[in-house]
Design a protein around this ligand. Structure first.
Ligand SMILES: C[S@@+](CC[C@H](N)C(=O)[O-])C[C@H]1O[C@@H](n2cnc3c(N)ncnc32)[C@H](O)[C@@H]1O
Length: 278
């Protein structure tokens, strides 16, 4: 593990992301505010014995805290599908992506920055890029990332691929659009609130967040390929996360799906919300 010289910067950024002052964090860690100030200014390193608690308070792994990288140990459930030659999710972009482009239509020419979280094999990332967005395409799966490279190259467009785990992934810039489709069910329940807060914080005023999540319904069977680390949303969850934004579209639908080669249905809820200057 190579420890870089940006630990101080990372501690500051993560502390602010969690909304703590140096004083508040010093109480949680049982150290002085001066000690935190020294770490943040790279004048001292936190004691090794304190690292597990510091990482917990900042909601990151120790690895990520020290190196800025997180080791991706969790394989994607889609790895084996993504190694096949055909595109599991197809090459056609989703309806949600099209809705976002329609809304941003007049603004896309001006170098808008978009983050696609859990971008799979890149169908929507490539579409957004073709529509003029600068796209950060974040995906955990190595074969998924390879497919995104392949597809974007063959489509002649440039997509900035980020091979990372979205859980705890540190955002370092402001986006015009933060987008996800079918991936935020992989956020553990206790991580949801802080991740939505982070996505909202890292969106420009006037920018959009657009997400599609799976919702639990008593009359819809759980999909055959639903994994243990996937967690349903409840109707209304998305609207609650964005209660203080302008909700442009928010709808629940029942959709057909043939993943795992077995016909089934999903209840989904999508939202497109705009950040308003308050
Ligand atoms: C249902 S697929 C949707 C793919 C893509 N958004 C689409 O619609 O074509 C969900 C994607 O989320 C990715 N994923 C799952 N957990 C993730 C994590 N922790 N960080 C980043 N991506 C993740 C999976 O590898 C998968 O590609």
């Amino acid at each position: 593990m190579t420890i870089d010289n940006k630990i101080g910067q990372r501690i500051t950024l993560l502390r602010k992301e969690k909304g703590y002052t140096q004083e508040q964090m010093s109480v949680l860690l049982n150290v002085t505010p001066q000690a935190i100030s020294k770490w943040e200014n790279n004048n001292a390193l936190p004691d090794t014995a304190l690292l597990p608690l510091l990482a917990k308070v900042l909601d990151v792994s120790i690895d990520k805290l020290l190196t800025g990288n997180s080791t991706i140990e969790t394989p994607s459930p889609y790895d084996s599908e993504y190694t096949k030659e055909e595109y599991y999710w197809g090459l056609k972009h989703s309806e949600l992506a099209e809705r976002v482009v329609e809304i941003m239509q007049d603004e896309v020419q001006q170098d808008k920055l978009l983050l696609d979280i859990g971008s799979g094999e890149g169908r929507d990332s490539v579409y957004f890029s073709k529509c003029g967005f600068n796209v950060d395409s974040l995906e955990i799966s190595v074969p998924g990332v390879e497919k995104i490279k392949q597809y974007s190259q063959s489509a002649g467009c440039s997509v900035n691929i980020i091979h990372a785990n979205m859980i705890g992934y540190e955002l370092t810039t402001l986006y015009d659009v933060i987008y996800s489709i079918g991936s935020l069910q992989f956020l553990p329940l206790d991580q949801r609130q802080n991740h939505f807060e982070k996505y909202k914080r890292h969106t420009c005023i006037g920018g959009l967040n657009a997400h599609l999540v799976f919702v639990e319904k008593p009359f819809i069977k759980v999909a055959p390929d639903w994994e243990k680390n996937e967690f349903f949303y409840m109707s209304g969850d998305l609207a609650r996360y964005y209660h203080d934004w302008e909700i442009l579209q928010c709808e629940e639908q029942i959709i057909d799906c043939n993943s795992a080669n077995i016909f089934h249905q999903h209840a989904v809820n999508y939202i497109i919300a705009r950040k308003i200057n308050s």
